[in-house]
Design a protein around this ligand. Structure first.
Ligand SMILES: Cc1ncc(COP(=O)(O)O)c(C=O)c1O
Length: 539
């Protein structure tokens, strides 16, 4: 099995604990241990105080599973399996598909939702969100993607990275496609519960369809990513048994303290979610004002649910990669460019779950303002000042910039010579007219396997790779970077001596070229076994 690097996670790993201003995180701020314990009731406090740190039940603590099951209408505690969400994507996919199966997945996407299937030599078709219609996923387009070999439909609602949430009718139509074609529906509901208008909350997929798997967890909605606890709920008992068995090869069971803390938090979910939702709504409004202010630079479809959204960078010459690179290097502001989702170079993801979002946005505002005015931003010192964990790469020592004798002559701001029709106004078609089209993933279809494969149970994992593979690259790697922020906002002044723009945390070539795949096990021999001589097939 070959897994491509998880671009989003590799990107965030560089900055999440070293740069001071986070604008792109998808989780809500982590709760303090003491704050969680303060929410405990008598029973859970006792469980915590008496906790033994041995192995736990491999399906999850029965009280935790019962609490989780209570969130659904048609699910009992035996329909629930507790494990890390990312782990569950890996394990469930491994249990659902085999070489040559066809999978449909929402796109852009959290990478593992399709990457694991691709790595298992499945063909993946991408069901793409339509930016021009508010990031809508059209159920009719979905229906057109299904083939006889389609086994699994993977969706993620509320959607990361766009913040899209289908209407109830659309969701019913999606479930209907799965039902009509007898597909397993893997529904990533990690952000369910953070609908900006709670009346728009969708039912969980598991409550609508007997072959659905609802995936959720503690990281996003509850601000407890450090617990590494999530779950699946499904009424497909055969699948659940398989997943439970596979998990014996990954984590075996969950961490005992994490299970009890999850139980405490789930029992106090109304309190926790209310607070997080209020913060997300506030940050969304702050971002809306910001985008209005920078209507020449950004346009967006406001998110409907969850913590994230994906505004478009409007000037054609401004690469999202460059914008993000310069924001982190010059101002310590972390934004995720769409290239880490293999989704072109025209968008940036904002994350609305952090308390310090308005402050971080104010720093980004100052950064952009300085760029627009041609004034050097000298706050890379902020990165150095932030307490970095010992393992983090040491940021470069900035030379103290000499005090300029006189402030540089402010160059005219973009606003000084606006285009006749501001780019940020009008219909989406108007706004996007001058912007690059979103590149489509190029997916080459693999040949249908020419022989019927045995059912999954008879298919030892080690044998999977012995079959011809259909490894389909998702998309071209991000194009070599050409324009810089200054090219797009051509107001670059000379920097004071000793100040090096762009020196910083982003390693050279991060976005260039095809990354090395992570190889988990040796590849199957390239030579295929010789076909049996004619007439020998039955022997
Ligand atoms: C859509 C989606 N699914 C799954 C995950 C994985 O969640 P966790 O980090 O809790 O394993 C994430 C994390 O960002 C996500 O955004």
């Amino acid at each position: 099995m070959r897994l491509d690097p998880f671009k989003l996670e590799r990107y965030l790993a560089q900055y999440e604990f070293s740069a001071p201003h986070q604008l792109s995180c998808s989780d809500c701020d982590g709760l303090a241990l003491g704050d969680v314990l303060a929410l405990a009731g008598d029973e859970t406090r006792r469980l915590w105080d008496d906790l033994r740190l041995g192995y736990t039940e491999s399906s999850g603590h029965p009280l935790l599973r019962a609490e989780i099951a209570g969130q659904y209408t048609d699910v009992g505690e035996d329909d629930v399996l507790v494990a890390g969400p990312q782990e569950l994507i890996f394990v469930v996919t491994n249990c659902l598909v085999r070489n040559g199966d066809h999978v449909v997945c929402t796109y852009p996407a959290y990478q593992s939702l399709y990457q694991v299937a691709e790595s298992l030599h499945c063909e993946v078709s991408f069901w793409e969100a339509d930016e021009r219609s508010g990031w809508r996923f059209d159920p009719e387009v979905l229906a057109s993607l299904v083939r006889p070999s389609t086994r699994v439909l993977v969706v993620n609602f509320p959607h990361n990275p766009t913040g899209y949430l289908p209407s109830r009718d659309e969701f019913d139509a999606i479930v209907e496609v799965a039902r009509r074609h007898d597909l397993t529906l893997l529904c990533d509901e990690m952000y369910r519960g953070l609908e900006h208008d709670e009346a728009q909350r969708l039912p969980a997929a598991v409550d609508l369809y007997e072959h659905a798997v609802s995936l959720s967890g503690m990281s996003k909605v509850y601000g407890l990513a450090g617990l590494r606890v999530g779950w699946i709920a499904t009424r497909d008992a055969r699948l659940l048994k398989r997943v439970t068995g596979f998990k014996d090869y990954t984590s075996i069971c969950s961490s005992a303290p994490s299970e009890i803390l999850s139980l405490i938090a789930l029992r106090a979910r109304v309190q926790i979610v209310e607070r997080h939702l209020a913060r997300v709504r506030r940050n969304r409004d702050v971002l809306a004002d910001f985008i209005d202010t920078y209507a020449n630079l950004f346009a967006w479809n406001a998110p409907r649910a969850g913590t994230v959204c994906l505004p478009r960078v409007l000037p054609e010459t401004l690469s999202a990669d460059d914008l993000c690179r310069e924001a982190v290097n010059d101002a310590g502001v972390v934004l995720v460019p769409s290239s880490v989702f293999d989704y072109g170079d025209r968008h940036v993801r904002f994350g609305l779950g952090r308390e310090a979002f308005p402050d971080a946005l104010a720093v980004f505002d100052r950064f952009l303002d300085a760029k627009l005015r041609g004034v050097p931003m000298q706050s890379s010192a902020a990165i150095v000042e932030s307490p970095a964990p010992p393992a983090a790469p040491a940021p470069p020592e900035p030379a103290a910039p000499p005090e300029p004798a006189a402030p540089p002559e402010p160059a005219p701001a973009l606003d000084a010579s606006p285009p006749a029709e501001p780019v940020g106004s009008g219909s989406w078609d108007d706004r996007l007219a001058s912007a690059d089209a979103v590149p489509k993933p190029e997916v080459e279809l693999a040949p249908e396997p020419d022989q019927e494969l045995p059912p999954w149970e008879d298919f030892p994992p080690s044998a999977k790779d012995a079959h011809p593979v259909a490894s389909t690259p998702l998309a071209e790697p991000a194009a070599a970077l050409s324009a810089t922020v200054e090219d797009a906002l051509p107001l670059e002044p000379d920097l004071p001596e000793g100040v090096e723009r762009g020196a910083g945390l982003l390693p050279d070539g991060f976005f260039d070229g095809e990354p090395e795949p992570l190889i988990l096990e040796p590849e199957a021999p390239v030579d295929e076994p010789a076909p049996p001589p004619p007439g020998d097939q039955d022997s």
